[in-house]
Design a protein around this ligand. Structure first.
Ligand code: XIL
Length: 460
């Protein structure tokens, strides 16, 4: 055989080699998109609320600002007690910190909230105000607070929770002193203070059809008819698996959109009675998926915000005794794969077990190969926060076929191998390892896999 090759042949050979190498080193599944990337692909955002104390938790902040979320809402720091603790003395440091965080991480801010019945300072609730006095207090507050954040926020929840469950107006300082006209007063003041912010009315238990939702619908319709500035309706969506899913959510969102306003899911969480179990978590995952699908199906649903992303900082246990586990990330800041996947899939993603992200695991892979079969020995080391339960995924390039695995539940679909923990080795503290193995048959070549994910996160 002639051993000399012309330059073209050498180049062709090189090209083949490069292709083979690329094939071997390409991760089996391309890194999944983040929730916000998936939402953005549909012209929407996916966001998470936050709160100031949490921002000093660096592991928490890394995830909040790491690309999963395109928007944030300050859970407390723009409320009346935080921004005007004494009459006409304004305090913006906490709210500014959230805006600064959002700016630094390319996130929008849904500002929350200007007029509410809760978290009002004593000077306001204990004053015995006339309607004239209270109107000017309200206008002054909005002019200052929305003025301070002018141009910095995407939207304002101008009025929060105006209705009772039966659709009557909530009896509170505002309604009792000013009647329902406080709503139009607040919206006009907000428009004057920040003409580009989207102005919302926000409430809970309005996600599905019903008396409260009808009351909101009639209010928005009448505000529009009067030319009062209103751009959107927020649906908090604080759901609970034990109360069922709100009926007709998509149709309900659509009827509001048909009034000529945006709609948004603003405070989504899905709580359950503790302890969590697999049936409750499965129901929870469907609720998250169904809310997401409803928003995706309505053109004017602009996005979804979850009421913080991790159980570590959820408001649920402190408010609803004995309930919790309401968010897609657990209290160790790990994604709950089934919940996260349900959202990602409803957003149009592949739902591959938790998406891409920074490596928080290391995998050592070795084989004992006898030509027609081999034993694969895998040691997984958790380099992220502690986990309780794991799924490892990787793929083979050839025809390797699983015959038997141990120290985990092994399965194979085509070239893709999935191993879940065996129970006893499910909990891995930071830095902890576990070793697993399996026998495979093969013919042809037996190239080692190069890309592994643990709970959806790419490993080194
Ligand atoms: C909650 C906060 O998350 C808590 O930290 C705070 O103690 C109470 O308020 N509906 C709303 C939010 O509109 O402002 C509430 O936020 C949750 C219910």
């Amino acid at each position: 055989m002639p051993s000399r090759r012309g330059p073209v042949a050498v180049l062709a050979l090189l090209a083949v080699l490069v292709t083979v190498l690329a094939t071997l080193t390409t991760p089996a599944a391309a890194a999944a998109s983040t929730l916000n990337q998936l939402a953005q692909a549909q012209g929407k955002y996916f966001g998470s609320a936050t709160d100031n104390p949490e921002l000093s938790d660096s592991a928490y902040a890394a995830i909040l600002g790491g690309g999963e979320f395109g928007s944030t809402t300050p859970g407390n720091s723009m409320k009346w007690d935080a921004t005007e603790p004494q009459q006409n003395q304004f305090s913006y440091a906490q709210g500014d910190a959230v805006v600064d965080f959002a700016d630094a991480h390319d996130m929008m801010v849904r500002a929350h909230t200007l007029v509410w019945h809760n978290q009002l300072p004593n000077w306001l609730t204990s004053g015995n105000w006339s309607a004239t006095q209270l109107t000017s207090i309200l206008q002054n507050h909005i002019a200052n607070v929305a003025g301070h954040y002018k141009g910095e926020v995407y939207s304002w929840d101008v009025v929060n929770e105006p209705f009772n469950e039966d659709g009557t107006y909530r009896s509170d300082l505002w309604y009792n002193t000013l009647g329902s006209g406080y709503i139009a007063t607040a919206l006009r003041a907000a428009r004057a203070a920040d003409p580009n912010a989207k102005l919302y009315i926000n409430d809970y238990n309005t996600e599905g059809s019903g008396a409260k939702s009808d009351a909101m619908y009639n209010l928005v319709k009448s505000l529009k008819a009067q030319g009062v500035p209103i751009d959107g309706v927020g649906f908090q969506a604080h759901l609970a698996v034990q109360y069922g899913f709100p009926s007709d959510m998509q149709a309900n969102l659509q009827r509001f959109a048909d009034l000529g306003v945006d709609v948004a899911i603003t405070e989504l969480d899905v709580r359950m009675e503790l302890p969590a179990d697999s049936a409750k978590v499965a129901t929870q995952a469907t609720y998250y998926a169904d809310v997401t699908k409803a928003c995706m199906a309505v053109a004017r649903c602009v996005g979804i915000t979850i009421w913080d992303y991790t159980d570590k900082y959820s408001w649920v246990p402190g408010t609803f005794s004995g309930q919790g586990s309401a968010l897609p990330w657990d209290e160790n800041l790990n994604k709950k794969p089934s919940v996260y996947d349900a959202i990602a899939t409803a957003l149009g993603g592949s739902g591959d077990g938790g998406g891409g992200g920074t490596a928080n695991c290391e995998v050592a892979y070795s084989t004992n190969d006898w030509g027609s079969g081999f034993t694969a020995n895998i040691t997984v080391t958790n380099q992220g926060p502690a986990i309780s339960g794991w799924t490892l995924k990787y793929s083979y390039a050839g025809d390797q076929r699983l015959s038997q695995g141990w120290s985990g539940t092994w399965s194979q679909s085509g070239k893709d191998v999935t191993v879940t923990d065996a129970g006893w080795n499910g909990t891995l503290a930071t830095g902890a390892s576990t070793s697993i193995g399996a026998n495979f048959a093969y013919s042809g070549s037996n190239t080692a896999p190069t890309a592994f994910t643990l709970n959806g996160t790419t490993c080194d």
